[in-house]
Write a protein that binds this ligand. Structure first.
Ligand code: ASP
Length: 416
């Protein structure tokens, strides 16, 4: 993974071609009313690829974070880098909700829609903040690993990583073994990623074929608002923070982030995109220590697109019921959506499930979520793209502040 591959920029073009070709085929199948063909014959190839990716996620996150945490050296650096990372995550997430609320207001989302009577949706039972925090520490880390409980896996990995640096010489063999294990995971991923352009093609067709353009109808404004908020957040917050805090060209940033962004758009999963964000960050010149610390963490807890989406949806639901939100309620939405997005898993659809908690916190009815469900996937694609772009922006900024950013490397990658 450390060496640049000869076809470095090609993968972006290939994925883009796969994506566009898939969208075209999807539209054609949709117009012909043949969505079933896509589901029966094309979807399994996408599922095969997703299974391959899922196979490596837990071991990858674990090994990569252990190496990240012990690579950072002492607890002090882990604390310092962790603090910077969390600060960036929290501030940008809150900004995303604010951007979402502004756009939602400007576009008047939810106006002119009436709730169908058969709408039904069950919100997850809200979990208290104390329980949420307590749950982060796994009482049985092996259970956490087998069940893929990412927050717990992260917590355990950080303890092991810091433990390795404290123990020192005696843990050297274990550290080398873990390093080797991480490398093996990277090499498996390298192989899987070569299939990405075809996977993107196979994954996008069933989505477009079954959703079509018609479903958009009355929900068009909602979907448009989410896309606009996401685009604005990337164009303003990421560009500026990468430029000002990371002293890194935003154009170069988005160029190198493109393969990961397209993959996130197609799969709607931050977790599945992790191998791609790691690769893009490597090309940006972010050191292995910083990227293997920031990115797995970000894929799990940093969800700006999801937060913006939840803010917009809260406005949408209020409008559908003719409820006027007070300033106090707006502030509650900002806090609730920021926290809910942290608790959102990096898998498709998770943000809509957590939306139930945001609505409950603000005191809004939940039934309207059922209407949102129809266009949920389309919005998930946009928000996931932004979620993982935020992780990569954070990696650059943290790396820069720690002197762990090799700009010449990024220059060569873009130039080549
Ligand atoms: N699908 C999103 C992600 O993986 C989470 C969400 O549903 O908003 O980042």
């Amino acid at each position: 993974m450390e060496k640049a591959t000869p076809q470095k920029m090609h993968i972006t073009v290939k994925i883009l071609i796969g994506l566009i070709a898939g969208i075209i085929v999807g539209i054609v199948l949709n117009l012909m009313g043949q969505a079933e063909i896509a589901n029966t014959y094309i979807k399994p190839f996408g599922t095969l690829f997703m299974n391959l990716i899922k196979m490596v996620i837990v071991p990858l996150v674990f090994a990569s974070l252990v190496m990240g945490a012990c690579g950072l050296g002492d607890i002090k650096s882990v604390g310092r880098i962790g603090g910077k990372t969390l600060a960036y995550f929290l501030v940008t997430t809150a900004l995303a909700v604010i951007i979402g609320l502004i756009i939602g207001k400007v576009f008047n989302v939810g106006n002119g829609i009436t709730l169908p009577t058969d709408a039904s949706y069950e919100a997850p039972a809200p979990v208290g903040i104390v329980d949420t925090l307590l749950n982060i520490i796994p009482t049985n880390p092996f259970n956490a690993l087998t069940q893929g409980n990412m927050l717990q896996v992260i917590a355990f990995a950080l303890f092991v990583g810091v433990g390795i640096s404290i123990v020192g010489a005696k843990a050297e063999i274990f550290k080398q073994g873990m390093d080797g294990f991480a490398e093996v995971m990277y090499s498996i991923i390298g192989g899987i990623m070569k299939l990405a352009p075809y996977a993107v093609f196979a994954l996008i067709i069933p989505v477009v074929a079954s959703q079509g353009a018609a479903v958009l109808g009355p929900l068009f404004m909602l979907v448009l608002s989410v896309y606009l908020a996401c685009a604005l957040h990337a164009a303003v917050v990421y560009s500026l923070s990468v430029k000002i805090l990371g002293k890194f060209s935003p154009i170069k940033f988005f160029k190198l982030a493109a393969p990961a962004m397209m993959f996130a758009f197609t799969t709607a999963s931050s977790a599945a995109t992790l191998p791609f964000t790691l690769e893009s960050s490597r090309k940006m010149g972010v050191s292995p220590e910083v990227r293997s610390f920031v990115l797995p963490l970000g894929a799990t807890i940093n969800m700006d697109g999801t937060a913006a989406f939840q803010g917009i949806c809260a406005l949408f639901v209020a409008a559908v019921y003719g409820i006027n939100l007070s300033i106090g309620q707006m502030l509650t939405i900002i806090i609730a959506a920021t926290l809910a997005s942290i608790g959102t898993a990096g898998v498709p659809g998770a943000g809509t499930v957590m939306l139930g908690m945001v609505l409950t916190t603000v005191g809004l009815p939940l039934d309207a979520v059922a209407i949102i469900m129809g266009v949920e996937r389309l919005m998930d694609m946009a928000r996931t793209t932004i979620n993982i772009t935020g992780d990569m922006a954070c990696a650059i900024i943290v790396a820069k502040s720690e002197n762990e950013l090799d700009e010449k490397y990024a220059q060569a990658e873009v130039g080549g």
